[in-house]
Ligand binder design. Structure first.
Ligand SMILES: [Ca+2]
Ligand SMILES: [Ca+2]
Ligand SMILES: [Ca+2]
Ligand SMILES: [Ca+2]
Length: 196
């Protein structure tokens, strides 16, 4: 009977962990109000991340097709054409981020210029990648990193003279921290019971 109870607890713990892992979140900004946004704002798509402009307070949700800000429907712009970049602070641990980007304007960027995604965990850099932009001024490329747990990300066009980042369809997965702790906790209880 005791053994069956232990097996049942273990099965429940595994089920909880699997159930909460892989719940992908996508922020497409379609339900947000069009226009300027304060630093620290969250999309209605997810309260797990707040957005910040690294220089000034110029974040702006713009309808795709607005001259010079090509996106996918409503997108988030990080003006101006300077060294400003986007900071994303997450309220829980996440992984598997992917972000679409546009406004790769051939009038500002040149061949070989890149966009850089950097990940941090407790302000320590844990990942970085870059993508060479295709310079067509359309949102038809994405940048991302898988299998790295982080709680902060930055996105920046590394372009001489600077360029406004325009991002959209930000996807990520919340790391199932509470369920993992529950599993470890139950494991500890079972171990103690077995030793008793
Ligand atoms: Ca959108
Ligand atoms: Ca700015
Ligand atoms: Ca910039
Ligand atoms: Ca492009």
């Amino acid at each position: 009977m005791k053994k069956m109870t232990s097996v049942l607890f273990a099965a429940i713990a595994v089920a909880v962990m699997v159930g909460s892992a892989g719940a992908g979140i996508v922020i497409d900004f379609e339900s947000d109000s069009d226009g300027p946004q304060a630093n620290g704002f969250s999309s209605v798509d997810s309260a797990l991340v707040t957005f910040e402009d690294s220089m000034g307070a110029d974040l702006d949700i713009l309808e795709g097709g607005y001259p010079g800000y090509e996106g996918d429907g409503q997108s988030l712009a990080v003006p101006f054409d300077d060294d400003s970049f986007l900071i994303m602070n997450f309220t829980s641990l996440v992984q598997d981020i992917s972000v679409d980007f546009g406004n790769d304007d051939p009038g500002f960027a040149t061949a070989g210029d890149v966009i850089v995604l950097t990940l941090f965990l407790s302000d320590v850099q844990v990942g970085q990648t870059e993508v060479v932009v295709n310079l067509d001024d359309l949102m038809n490329q994405s940048i991302g990193i898988n299998d790295v747990v982080f709680d902060k990300a930055t996105i920046k066009y590394e372009v001489s003279g600077g360029l406004t980042e325009v991002v959209d369809n930000i996807s990520f997965v919340e790391v199932p921290e509470p369920a993992t702790l529950l599993l470890l906790g139950l494991g500890g209880v079972l171990l103690r019971k077995r030793r008793a």
